[in-house]
Design a protein around this ligand. Sequence first.
Ligand SMILES: Nc1nc2c(c(=O)[nH]1)N[C@H]1C(S)=C(S)[C@@H](COP(=O)(O)O)O[C@H]1N2
Ligand SMILES: [Mo]
Length: 322
Amino acid sequence: MLIKTSAAHEPLSSEITPRRVYLNRRTALAGLGLAATSPLALSQAAPGGGKLPKLPGAHSAVPGALVMDKVTSYADATSYNNFYEFGTDKSDPAAHAHTLKPRPWTVSIEGECAKPGRYDLDALLKLSAMEERVYRLRCVEGWSMVIPWVGYSLGELLKQAQPTSKAKYVEFTTLADKAQMPGVRSGVLDWPYVEGLRIDEAMHPLALLAFGMYGEVLPNQNGAPLRLVVPWKYGFKSAKSIVKIRFVEKEPVSSWTKAAQQEYGFYSNVNPNVAHPRWSQASERRIGEDGLFAKKRPTLMFNGYEAQVGQLYAGMDLKRNY
Ligand SMILES: Nc1nc2c(c(=O)[nH]1)N[C@H]1C(S)=C(S)[C@@H](COP(=O)(O)O)O[C@H]1N2
Ligand SMILES: [Mo]
């Protein structure tokens, strides 16, 4: 599709937005009496908030990377967050994360690999081509969102480090700086926030290293300047504001497992058949759909990514390995 606008150097939102999302927006614009093809309409319908630098990505060709669900509004995705470093209320990250400084930023890569190193954010941004991926994100608390992330497969970075045969797992550590993050003063978690993946999970093409969303760089509250998005696992596996990646031989102990081992296991794959000790996981609420008549949605096995990732868990007892 080709649309002429005066700002020819800027990517058209029709180019950086999956067709389905774009069509939804067209319908919405038609409702407002605006033609989706007018430059004015396009700029008004900018997918992001319009205040952050643009970060476009080409539509991903990774199987499963563009779900067809209606995309959550940018306003909802940036105001209803979990980022305990800024407080435990859903509104805390949006209210307090302005103190986070996402530049300059360095990520160190350590442990069982031939090429450990420190990567500056600009080097990471250039390491591989940016892709837009529309993923479901399912929080363990029972709500979900659909977000157009921008980034590339985590494996693209990991393979640069040349992990050794002893690298069975990957541990992710995120920033814990009291000066920038008021929540780090509280003892709600054992800081820094640590998460882990098995090496084959980390290398799966759907595991995303995200630098942006809605065609712009990540807002602070969503984990600027870079975070993980592991769409088939509960949201807490998707660590925000990562500063260290370590290849290890033993299964890492995540902050959530430390906090409540019976509630949060290492795998944390989305699974409607395995209840959390305190609530069922059989259904979920889609953020933005919570009106009087909104129906709960059934939780999907592996959050709907079973065809892509089911093989990683062949033969495993998913009730024991929750
Ligand atoms: N560093 C860090 N990363 C984090 C969290 C956190 O508290 N700290 N919360 C997790 C949880 S529970 C969820 S559901 C997702 C939420 O991501 P979002 O706010 O971008 O939707 O981030 C995850 N990553
Ligand atoms: Mo979560």
